[in-house]
Design a protein around this ligand. Structure first.
Ligand code: PAF
Length: 289
């Protein structure tokens, strides 16, 4: 694999591969098994794979979060060298360089920017859209791979691609979990060993409630999930919503549930100092008669 830092160097290298299938895995580094599953899939499905590692400052609405974001370039490169082949590229740009030539895209995220992550992290998705647009424009991959852990981000990136006419196919990949069920995340490295172990309760609580027989109350269901997680010391639910997979409209009443539509329960939890997100598919069983 080749590591390239400058955008000019990256452009000239990737241009040598035009005509081949190119897969891209954008990351912010601190790689874990969730990332490597995306990279392995790209390697399997494409002739050339590009992994970008860039802790994108424009998507952090909290300066402290940006400061504390884990940076592990050396071990990231070692991990990638086990998977990538000689033609594959690891792109590790600097902020001044990658943002030097940018036309900020005018994307209307509408409702997506006002709920859940959009509501609680103002400006976050515009930062994601800016960097992903730059990366996809530079690389022009056939396919780009993103984890389903960032469920709302995936919807945002699909909106970006639809509104700008970018030709890349956006592929959402399954969540990879630690042995206790905790969704893999670069942020997990910031949890103490005991909090990391306890954080498995987020997934276990989602799993406990993810199949529901109608009728029941949506408000009561959401309250139960929140209360159960909040009952653990230093765990605090920021939001828990159940949204439909098409438009990510928040479900507020049983009346609005449509059969044949998939729903996802999305949660953000503060585990001590560390903010974690997760999601699970919800299914609603309608009793016959
Ligand atoms: O999911 C991430 O790691 C980031 O949001 C992304 C897509 C690499 C953009 O910085």
């Amino acid at each position: 694999m080749k590591q390239i830092q400058s955008t000019a160097g990256f452009k000239s290298e990737i241009d040598k591969h035009r005509g081949k299938t190119i897969g891209m895995v954008p990351t912010m580094g601190a790689l874990h098994a969730g990332h490597t599953s995306l990279v392995e899939r790209s390697v399997k499905e494409n002739e050339v794979t590009v992994v970008s590692i860039f802790v994108n400052p424009t998507q952090f609405n909290d300066a402290n979060d940006l400061l504390k974001y884990p940076r592990t370039m050396k071990s990231d490169l070692a991990m990638l060298s086990d998977i990538l082949g000689p033609d594959d590229i690891v792109f590790t740009p600097e902020a001044d360089d990658i943002y030097s030539d940018e036309n900020i895209p005018s994307i209307d995220l509408g409702h997506l920017d006002k709920i859940m992550e959009g509501k609680h992290r103002p400006g976050h998705f515009m930062g994601v859209v800016r960097i992903v647009k730059i990366l996809l424009d530079l690389c022009q991959p056939c396919r780009a791979y993103f984890g389903r852990k960032d469920f709302q981000q995936l919807a945002v990136i699909r909106t970006l691609v639809r509104q700008t006419g970018i030709k890349t196919e956006i592929i959402g990949c399954p969540i990879v979990r630690e042995a206790n069920g905790l969704a893999m995340s670069s942020r997990n490295a910031r949890l103490s060993p005991s909090m990391r172990q306890k954080a498995g309760i987020i997934y276990h609580t989602l799993k406990k409630y993810h199949q529901q027989t109608v009728p029941f109350g949506i408000k009561e269901l959401k309250k139960k999930v929140r209360e159960e997680i909040n009952s653990y010391d230093r765990f605090n639910v920021e939001y828990f919503e159940i949204v439909d997979d098409n438009e990510l409209k928040e479900l507020s009443s049983v009346k609005d549930i449509k059969q044949g539509i998939s729903y996802t329960g999305c949660i953000a939890v503060h585990a001590g100092e560390v903010r974690l997100i997760d999601n699970i598919q919800f299914s609603f069983l309608f009793p016959k008669g």
